[in-house]
Design a binder for this molecule. Structure first.
Ligand code: PHB
Length: 391
């Protein structure tokens, strides 16, 4: 009796195993792989950590599947602006990992190095951390949820002129977005009616900040306009500006990278009063942003603080989830690009549009001043320019 029962259960087990074996391919959950090309080490390592937090937060809210398809992530560390590394890692993600879509890469030189691979393999990529103008047009598969340099620099130059600044000195990091900032600011300030007091390019490797500060002083400007990529360089710049006494005498204006919320506390009060142009402040007063800020605080206790690339990553996730839902759980690259380009949707920063032709982003730009709120430093917006073109 006992023997007959165990034979019966053995047979039943075998039958269900066989049935599973037959059914397995049809029932197996499909997976879409998202490659992440971010910086997880070196002077900009905080970026990768924040971006990962935002992805966790998005999946907590919207789930880890879309239309029954599991969304899986494969992370790679670009280590900063390193085009050879970025290219090798992108190749690895595309060929070995067979990712369907990429978020990243960050940094302009990395985007330029990866663009041809995206075109060849037909892999869409959404840029959340590189800002030079024109780079998104290097591949029909590139799109951007960050910002472009002219988009934020032009409004800054125009504000400077309206504010009565007449002799600004331009200080930029010596690579793509810095050169773009220098050219855009100089041209826009000239168009407003003025001329700059000169410019200087700061090396990304081992910059000599004390000699740079001396050069700013020697130019006797009434303001310094600065582009530094967010990270340790921006903190070092703010500290040197305060330590050498420039802070009290020469007005400091910049793109929002200099006063990125994730880094600004590291410079102490050196960041207070700096006026910047940017695309996001956690203080933005919309129901969606209030929820975004509250969820991040509840989940990560603001450690590290979120910044403007956080909204870039959040919106990239939105685009990927919506794109997969529209294809009922699939991600065909060309259909995804066609569906996403031209879309207009709400972000924690406000309404944004992915430009149909360029894949770049149209969005509002705010002029902000760094102030102390609740014991921390914040970019407090005081002027908004709507629907600014990325070109
Ligand atoms: C860029 O490399 O384009 C870049 C990186 C960091 C920023 C802004 C631009 O904060």
């Amino acid at each position: 009796m006992i023997l007959a029962q165990s034979v019966r259960s053995l047979l039943a087990g075998l039958a269900s195993t066989l049935a599973l074996g037959v059914l397995a391919p049809a029932a197996a959950q499909e997976t879409i792989k998202v490659g992440l090309l971010f910086t997880y080490s070196g002077p900009s390592a905080l970026a990768g950590q924040i971006n990962d937090n935002v992805i966790k937060m998005f999946q907590q809210k919207y789930g880890a599947t879309v239309g029954g398809t599991k969304i899986e992530f494969v992370r790679r560390d670009t280590t900063g602006p390193n085009p050879e590394v970025a290219k090798r890692l992108a190749q690895e993600l595309i060929v070995r990992e067979k990712v369907n879509v990429i978020i990243g890469p960050d940094f302009t030189p990395n985007v330029l190095a990866v663009a041809p691979l995206l075109t060849e393999a037909k892999i869409p990529a959404i840029v959340t951390g590189a800002a030079t103008s024109g780079i998104i047009e290097k591949s029909p598969y590139l799109m951007r949820t960050f910002f472009s340099i002219p988009q934020v620099v032009r409004p800054m130059a125009q504000w400077a002129w309206r504010d009565g600044i007449r002799k600004p000195f331009v200080v930029v990091a010596d690579y793509g977005p810095g050169h773009d900032s220098e050219a855009t600011f100089t041209k826009a300030f000239a168009e407003a009616g003025g001329s700059t007091a000169g410019s200087l390019r700061v090396s990304l490797r081992n910059p000599e900040f004390s000699s740079y500060m001396q050069r700013i002083k020697d130019a006797k400007p009434d303001a310094a306009f600065v582009f530094m990529p967010a990270g340790e360089l921006s903190v070092q710049f703010l500290k040197a500006y305060a330590d050498t006494g420039l802070k009290g005498s020469v007005k400091l204006i910049a793109t929002g990278d200099l006063t990125d919320e994730a880094m600004i506390d590291a410079a102490g009060d050196a960041g207070l009063g700096v006026v910047t142009s940017g695309i996001y402040s956690p203080l933005n007063d919309s129901p969606m942003n209030r929820q975004f800020v509250a969820d991040y605080k509840a989940q990560f206790n603001n450690n590290p603080r979120m910044n403007w690339s956080s909204v870039g990553v959040w919106d990239a996730m939105r685009m990927i989830y919506d794109g997969i839902a529209a294809q009922k759980g699939k991600l065909d690259a060309d259909k995804f690009v066609a569906f996403t380009r031209g879309r207009n949707f709400e972000s924690p920063r406000g309404m944004i549009t992915i430009d149909k032709d360029s894949g770049d982003i149209v969005q509002s730009v705010q002029i902000r001043r760094v102030e102390k709120r609740d014991g921390g430093l914040f970019n407090v917006p005081f002027e908004t320019i709507k629907d600014v073109s990325p070109r």
